[in-house]
Design a protein around this ligand. Structure first.
Ligand code: ZN
Length: 448
């Protein structure tokens, strides 16, 4: 049995009552054992969190670890042009370059306070991503990208329906529930335009019969996609997904920008999760999702960065600030309160991954996914003390990721005083540099 005691911190619990108070917190193995003022117990490790904020870790609910190396490779261009450049590199991954890419993304996210992620992989070598997740200590739903309707794309971007499903189901059996339960499998059909109805229906059947398995895709990101969907299926994205039965609480769809009233209603009624990616949507000029309206309807909206080249950070603090600002342009200064934003980044993310009973708040018995932050430094100053300030508003509007000091995931300390304990940061950076050169070499030599 291992024990970890966090003393003297200000706990922002994110429980249903929104409790915040000074207390000690005892972690036993992977769970929160006790929360109380002045715990007089012995522990294997004691962290003094005086003048520190202790809170549940963030959930990055839509990312592409396979693209972390490609940051800065396609800037100032619209989505379809961006997609051409990024896919031409993404599909040149070897198992080694993919591993380097995943480690780079995970390191950045742990350092910016994420304790859980939902990832869409690339077509092949998915084991490399799972290995990086397992070693890093982060919690993740992940799965290989599925693309079985890509006959118009280059051969590297094609797979048959049967092969795609077989490889995904094999990966599910190999990885779902592994790493002390930190890893969950998530089928990852890329977007409805590149998937057959048969594939989508089959993976929904598989997901429904395997508890904790999700389905993670993109939907209604750009206007062009809606017209193309109507030409291909006669329906808009979410109407189509409902018609074929691919909706529900184990389905997460990133972006959901161009949804009409009927589609919003379907999302709400079926409990289908949306993931808002405000920095990515702004960068690519894709549009602004109707998030305040979605929240009002009871749709579970989580928050994510999308891939490094479409953002260009994997920093949940950037997403929170952007989410808090972007909707005010359209609906006014009270359109997106900080309390709603932080819930999207933690509570709703936990729900999207299907783990709301296990993570997303500091409560006895829950899994210990916890981060410890300083007082926000110059950008959030002056904080007289945590009790007197509206700390949620400061977190959303003023804090930077550099305030995240330590991170505990599944009861294990993975970062202490901004030093990663599960990977060597210098090595991660060096490996990423050489892996990017290798990707470009692979692409250029294949095109000669
Ligand atoms: Zn994406």
């Amino acid at each position: 049995m291992s024990t970890l005691l966090i003393k003297n911190g200000y706990l922002m619990t994110m429980d249903s009552a929104g409790n915040k108070y000074y207390a000690d917190l005892l972690i036993e193995n992977e769970r929160i054992k006790r929360v109380a003022p002045k715990l007089e117990v012995k522990a294997d490790k004691v962290i003094d969190a005086a003048h520190r904020l202790v809170m549940p870790g963030f959930v990055q609910a839509h990312i592409h670890l396979c693209q972390s190396l490609l940051r800065g490779q396609a800037d100032d261009v619209p989505l379809m042009e961006w997609l051409d450049t990024i896919t031409s590199l993404e599909f040149r991954h070897t198992p080694e370059t993919l591993y380097a890419s995943a480690r780079l993304g995970i390191a950045e996210m742990i350092k910016s306070g994420a304790t859980s992620v939902i990832d869409m992989g690339t077509l092949h070598h998915q084991d490399s991503i799972f290995m990086a997740i397992e070693e890093s200590g982060i919690r993740a739903q992940a799965g290989k990208a599925m693309m079985d309707r890509t006959e118009n794309l280059p051969p590297l971007l094609r797979e048959t329906t049967d092969a795609s499903i077989k490889e995904s189901v094999d990966l599910l059996h190999r990885w779902h529930g592994k790493a002390d339960g930190r890893i969950r499998y998530g089928f990852a059909p890329r977007w409805q335009l590149w998937n057959t109805t048969g594939l989508l229906q089959e993976i929904k059947r598989e997901a429904d019969k395997n508890p904790g398995v999700g389905i993670h895709g993109h939907a209604a990101e750009i206007e062009y996609e809606i017209q193309a969907m109507i030409e291909q299926t006669g329906m808009r994205n979410i109407v189509y997904l409902e018609k074929i039965g691919v909706v529900g609480s184990n389905v997460q769809m990133a972006h959901c920008i161009w949804l009409d009233e009927q589609e919003l209603q379907i999302m709400a009624e079926t409990g289908t999760n949306a993931v808002h990616c405000p920095c990515c949507n702004t960068k690519l000029g894709s549009g602004v999702a109707k998030v305040p309206e979605m929240l009002k309807k009871g749709i579970n909206v989580a928050l994510g960065s999308d891939g490094a080249p479409s953002n260009n950070n994997l920093d949940i603090f950037g997403e929170m600030r952007q989410a808090s600002l972007i909707h005010k342009l359209r609906l006014g200064a009270d359109a997106m309160p900080a309390e709603d934003v932080i819930k999207m980044a933690i509570t709703n993310g936990a729900k999207a991954i299907g783990m709301q009973d296990q993570i997303g708040s500091i409560e006895e018995g829950k899994l210990a996914d916890i981060i410890i932050l300083d007082d926000g430094g110059l950008s959030a100053a002056p904080v007289r003390n945590f009790e007197q300030e509206d700390i949620i508003k400061r977190l959303v509007s003023s804090y930077h990721s550099s305030s995240v000091q330590s991170s505990i995931i599944n009861g294990r300390l993975v970062m202490e005083n901004r030093t990663l304990l599960t990977m060597d940061e210098t090595e991660v950076l060096e490996d990423a540099k050489s892996a990017l050169s290798e990707l470009w070499n692979n692409k250029l030599s294949a095109e000669q």
